[in-house]
Write a protein that binds this ligand. Structure first.
Ligand SMILES: Cc1cc2nc3c(=O)[nH]c(=O)nc-3n(C[C@H](O)[C@H](O)[C@H](O)COP(=O)(O)OP(=O)(O)OC[C@H]3O[C@@H](n4cnc5c(N)ncnc54)[C@H](O)[C@@H]3O)c2cc1C
Length: 511
């Protein structure tokens, strides 16, 4: 077998939204760099980034209560919400740049305007929601947020949820009209079309098996060409491991010190979905509730309007589950194979610490469909079992690592970028807030791995993301400008004009 490494500037492993975003940023910054992509499936965006494998929420903390925890003194901590909102503004600016420059077209195929609402029941949670509203609504990033505990008003906001609700328990909601539903799978496909147009070599059905550092400091990547049935070796100065759930095993193969003492814990997800006109026509929002006690933060129940492939549906979930696979298309041995001498203690400590999570997952796995419907009926009292189907969502691999604050084996719910000390390789682990923050996370990868270029690249980055390097929070005028320009470029106008035009386009397609 010949082993002639073919050298290139950059190798991207995986064709999900993260590699798509990093590749697009790099192609705009240094068009002359050669980029190769290796993806084990036959299309881009087919794992977690696929529209049906995630909830498609443009996470900007407008409605997700887990981003604003209540502190022991009763105050609401909004720091995480501010960060996530800022990150989503960065994504919207980059997508707008791509649309304005005709590098991608038809933004309505991947992003739609949709009100984001939070819904709570019971006096304690209503008081919390009111405090959250007071803490956020004066902030320009959360402009337009409304609060109501008036059932008639709530009936206008969410008829499907309020109809035939009989309990006397207090109920309240907040609403922000500038939320979005995003089909990250469609976005990923558009970005890959753009990359192929820019001569990026995209190799589907190519599975990366191994990698090791070559003598000159570059990386040699061993790839299995699935259809050709042969092994190939490629080298690059920089490798990005954007393999989603498959990133941890590949990071472990690099043997870099930064890959040690890290583990992963897979959590699978299920959604209930309905395309029945009587359901779909009565709901137009993403409505997020409060997580159940012991539930991990990503299991917050929500009832969402979704726009996928020109069709409107309503989705409820997620229901968590357990599968030892790291990818939907992964292997039942993924979890066990990821346990190494250097992370076994980390993993065992996490197992001992996370008894509440284990109990929660066992309960979720045991849920029958009728039990799932009962949970849905907490949202839609009139929900009929025959209107809803179960679909299997993507896998999330939560990172487990040792932290100074919380000790050995701490389960992380965020996204982690792991880079080699010399910046020659980076891996993205974790899944939340995920795809919504892809642009700011990939800009972080560029800053960490290419510090020597950042000054030179800065003017172009600012052209693509005008708020780059600034805190929007400190620039209310810039926030207003960015809201207006991104809404215009992406067709998210708040006057509802363009939104209703898009709605009729979707309805036409359905017909
Ligand atoms: C149930 C669920 C709900 C979610 N909801 C949201 C949401 O509402 N909003 C949001 O912003 N985010 C959400 N996320 C997170 C979001 O989906 C992910 O953060 C994002 O899609 C990750 O993109 P990625 O490119 O890293 O991975 P992926 O999209 O999984 O892509 C990785 C790619 O790498 C390929 N690959 C893996 N191993 C190899 C290998 N060895 N060789 C070659 N190719 C390989 C895979 O086939 C895959 O195509 C959700 C995730 C889940 C699971």
């Amino acid at each position: 077998m010949s082993r002639q490494p073919k050298k290139t500037n950059v190798i991207l492993i995986g064709a999900g939204v993260m590699s798509a975003t990093l590749g697009s940023l790099l192609k705009e910054l240094v068009p002359e760099w050669e980029i190769k992509v290796f993806e084990k499936l036959s299309k881009p965006g087919e794992e977690s980034s696929n529209g049906w494998n995630n909830a498609g929420t443009g996470h900007s903390a407008l409605c997700e209560l887990n981003y604003t925890p209540e502190m022991p003194d009763g105050s609401v901590d909004i720091s995480k919400a501010l960060k996530i909102n800022e990150q989503f503004q960065i994504s919207k600016q980059f997508w707008s740049y791509l649309v304005k420059n005709k590098l991608i077209q038809n933004p309505q195929d991947f992003i739609m305007p949709l009100p984001h609402m939070s819904l709570v029941h019971g006096e304690k949670d209503v008081a919390f929601l009111k405090k959250r509203f007071e803490a956020l609504s004066n902030n320009p990033l959360f402009a337009g947020m409304e609060f109501s505990d008036n059932p008639e008003r709530l009936m206008e906001w969410m008829p499907l949820i309020m109809k035939e609700r009989t309990t006397n328990e207090s109920i309240a909601a907040t609403k922000v009209d500038s939320g979005t539903d995003v089909n990250f799978g469609a976005l990923t496909s558009m970005l890959f079309d753009y990359l192929i147009n820019k001569d990026v070599e995209v190799n589907y059905r190519h599975l990366v098996r191994d990698m090791k550092r070559a003598q000159d400091g570059s990386w040699e990547v061993k790839v299995h060409d699935i259809d050709g049935g042969k092994l190939e070796y490629h080298t690059a100065d920089f490798v990005f491991i954007g393999a989603g759930g498959g990133s941890l095993p590949l990071l472990q193969k690099t043997d870099i010190p930064e890959s040690k003492h890290i583990g992963g814990f897979p959590v699978s997800g299920l959604f209930l979905v309905s395309d029945k006109p009587e359901v779909v026509e009565q709901h137009h929002a993403k409505v997020y509730g409060k997580a159940k006690v012991g539930a991990p933060p990503m299991s917050v129940p929500h009832l969402d309007t979704r726009y996928i492939d020109g069709k409107k549906t309503v989705l409820f979930g997620p229901f968590a589950g357990f599968s030892p696979k790291f990818l939907k298309t992964g292997s039942y041995f993924d979890l066990i194979r990821s346990v190494k001498p250097n992370n076994v203690l980390t993993m065992l400590s996490a197992g001992a610490k996370e008894m509440k999570l284990t109990k929660y997952l066992i309960q979720q796995v045991m849920l029958s469909n009728e039990k799932r419907m009962e949970e849905l009926r907490e949202f839609i009292p009139t929900a009929k079992s025959e209107d809803w189907d179960v679909i299997v969502a993507g896998q999330r691999v939560q990172v487990i690592k040792d932290t100074e604050a919380l000790g050995k084996g701490t389960l992380q719910f965020g996204t982690e970028v792991v880079t080699a000390g010399d910046g020659s390789i980076a891996a993205l682990l974790g899944a939340s807030p995920g795809a919504s923050t892809a642009v700011s996370i990939m800009l972080e990868v560029l800053e960490k791995c290419f510090p020597e270029y950042i000054d030179k690249w800065e003017p172009k980055i600012k052209e693509m993301v005008p708020s780059y390097g600034m805190l929007l929070l400190e620039n209310p005028k810039l926030i207003r400008e960015i809201h207006a320009s991104t809404a215009n470029a992406l067709g998210l106008e708040e006057d509802g004009k363009q939104a209703s035009q898009k709605e009729s386009a979707v309805t036409l397609l359905e017909a």
